[in-house]
Design a binder for this molecule. Structure first.
Ligand SMILES: [Zn+2]
Length: 99
């Protein structure tokens, strides 16, 4: 039996394309908030091992194009700080080997 976090790591390692929070949540039957928590934890764990890293395609505002760059933690903002609209393209995640 794999733990939930091991399953997420497997998903993000084996898929060629970055995966959205919704996709991961649906695959593993957990809510998005838990996915975000797990991803934060996974990012730390991977960092400690130094072989793989969690890469995040930052969320972006659909209306004005604002990109949420420089996020330290996996996050899914609900509102754009620039235009205040709530149309955010969710972040996507992938685990890559560090070369
Ligand atoms: Zn915006």
């Amino acid at each position: 039996m794999m733990t939930r976090r091991q399953l997420i790591i497997k998903l993000l390692t084996e898929n060629k394309n970055p995966l959205s929070l919704d996709y991961i949540a649906d695959e593993i039957f957990i809510d998005k908030k838990t996915v975000i928590e797990d991803l934060s934890h996974i990012a730390k764990t991977l960092k400690g091992k130094g072989k793989f890293q969690l890469v995040m395609l930052p969320p972006q505002c659909k209306v004005c194009g604002f990109v949420f760059k420089g996020l330290k933690k996996p996050k899914y903002p609900s509102k754009c700080p620039k235009c205040k609209k709530e149309k955010i393209i969710p972040p996507k995640f992938k685990i890559k080997e560090i070369k």
